[in-house]
Every structure is written in C-alpha cells, then in structure tokens.
Design a protein around this ligand. Sequence first.
Ligand code: C2O
Ligand code: CU
Ligand code: CU
Length: 421
Amino acid sequence: RETQTDIYYTVCAQTGETEILPGEKTKTWGYNRSILGQTVVFPVGKHIHVTLQNRLPEITTFHWHGLNVSGPYVDGGCHAPVYPGEDSEIDFTLNQPASTNWLHAHPCPATAEQVYKGLATMVVVTDQHEASLSLPRTYGVDDIPVILQDRTFHENNQLDYRTDYDPDGVLGVTPLVNGTVNGYFDVTAKKMRLRLLNGANRREWRLHFSDDLEFVQIAGDGSLLPKPVHFTKLMLTCAERAELVVDFSKYKPGDEVILYSDQTPIMTFRIKEFTNDQHVEVPDELLKIEVPAVDPETPVRKVVMSGMDESVMMDHKKFKMDRIDAEQEVGLVQYWDVSNTNGRKMGMVHPFHCHGMSFLVISRNGHDPYPNERGFKDTVGVNPSETVRILVRFDLAGLYMYHCHILEHEDGGMMAQIETF
Ligand code: C2O
Ligand code: CU
Ligand code: CU
C-alpha cells in the first residue's frame, strides 16, 4: 500500500542563459533552471500539490502531458493561464500505470515558441508493479532521460524562433539531447534504460545505434508494453515516448556506441568499466492489460486531421477556445477512428494526441498496430491516408483538448476540445 504522505513540488517557469554551444551563451527558458528542467518523479496514489510560478515576461500554462488529471485547470491546457509574476496552485492524485511523461508549456497560440525556448521537462510516474520488476531504475546511473529536440542557432548563437517559423513545424539543424549538443553518457552498467521523449516541435526521429545494436523497448507513452519488443530501429513522432533497455555487455572500456537518427549522430555512449553491480533480467511479461469491452451500440467517433501548412484543421475546423466540439460520458468505452486525409505521396504524418486519458491502439487501416503500440498511449502518429482506431475511456470529468502534436499545427488551429461528464 502507498503511504498517505503528501508530496509538494514547485515548478517555476523562468528565463535564463545556457551554454549549449561550447563557450557561448544562449538565451533560453526553463523550469527551475535555465533550460528544460530536472526530471519530476510522481508516485501513484499520493496526494500531490504543485505550485506553478510564472517568472516569464508573458503568459504561460503548465501542461502535464500524459498525466491523467482533470482538465483544463489541473491538466494545464490553454484555459489555465498563469500570468507573469503570478503563482497558481494545483493538486491531484494519480491513478495510472508507471510511465514516462512530460511537462510543457501550452498557451494558445504560443506553445511552439515556448517549448522551443526550453519549456519542457520529463515527468516519471512510478508504481509498485513497475518497482517489482527486474529493470534498471537507478536514476542517472542506469536509467536516464533522453529528451530529443532540434534547434538552429542564429547570430550571437541565439534561438530565433521567428526567423525559423514554418507553419508545418520548425526544424532545427542541430540535434540536442537534454538541451546539450554532442551529448554523451559514461556507461558503467551493462544494461541501460533510456527514457526517450520526442520533445521536438516537428521532427520525427528514426533512431538506431552503431553496429545495428539490438535493443528492447519496454514501454511506450502511457505504460509498460505487455511484452518487451526487440528492435534495431525505432521511429518516434512528436511527443511520443519509448523506454528502451540497451545491453552494452559485449563492449569493452573505451568503446563508443553512437545513437543516430537517420545518418545524424545524436548521442555517444562511452563504455567504462562495468562497475555498477546490476542484476537485471528484463521479464518476458511486463504488464497485463485488460482491454475493456465496447458496447456494439456505441457509435464510433470520427476524428479527422486534414491539411498541411496554414490549412491544417481538426474535424474540418480551426480551434476556438470558447467552442466545445465533442462530448463523452465518463466511463464510456468508445472507439475513435482518427484519420489523416493527406495524400499518401506528399502528405505529412500528424501525431494525434488527446489530454486526460491514455488510449489503446486497436488498428491501423484495419491491420494490427505496430508491436510497440500494445501498451497505453496518448500520442499516435497517423500516417497520410491512414485511419487509426483507438479505444478511449475517460475516468475524470472535465474539458480536454485533442490535437496534432506538431506544435505549429496545434498553434495553427489543428486542435479541438471534448467535454467529459
Ligand atoms: Cu503535449 Cu496538448 O499537449
Ligand atoms: Cu497533452
Ligand atoms: Cu499535424
């Protein structure tokens, strides 16, 4: 049983300067520090109180992406502004599986620019089931966050979002891991757990290691996978997470293993003596998932993502904060068919995300979902001309947004809201 002790946490959105490029100062924003923030760890079952502080020159919101908390004020969508110089208090108790989530700014329509400046950090939810499994979980030793982003540095090494603005999403030329360039990690444990988060505004990462090193994916966005999945390549669309266990035991001290996206090196794992005394055997069964039954009388909800650049729309409309687009009863289990009407050849992948719950991916154009989509998720890449069926159940009443997680598409109005009651 979880104990009843409350947890108090303060998160301050602030401006700062960060040495991202060696010897140069870049103006950045972050949570409790100059860029990104420390990883937040929230155990399920505890009463959590968070003080939100805005020390920025403009409005921001604090969105807990992947936390199943009531919207919109606790969940921090665009209805929950914290004004410059002000504080706000929220509290919640989590009841969801252990997972890797994130906190990011979500003011409309400035989400993309604020995240670009650095307002994003990892939020890890822990539970007793996950803690009972033989997995690496010593933070900073064999369990590390890997936040993937890309940026372009302009004159005086500044991030000039306005210069880079593209309605289809800002791409940077320089990959960043946890806000650093040329990121590396000194490996002292044979098996490393990497908590990958695609925190980029628009970029999809196509990840693989040098030597085509095989790795095991153990978790997706919202939970462990039912069973580990072995891969040599992994694609992550915006806002998706993947927890990997990478076995470096065949390497010797002095070896280097490189993580690439396509041909671009992202990060180096420098093998040291394996001084970390670790007993990890990834289990064959990670999580039992009971798929709730859908009443055949319940209609399938259709969600339509269309367009590119300025013409992007959600359900044939642009977002309006004072319009509620859909409703669903709390506890009802419903299929949503989420389609991307873009043409197969030229179209973009739209990563669909919904606040307030995690869903299960049922099918892609009627076929089985990918093997690493069998756990709970809150973001799913919908390919051009594809319909992804997901199974949705909300447990809390509130107002929640759903949108494309290419942040410039979201700011461009490819977003809608659903009220649950
Ligand atoms: Cu990370 Cu409304 O999203
Ligand atoms: Cu979200
Ligand atoms: Cu999109």
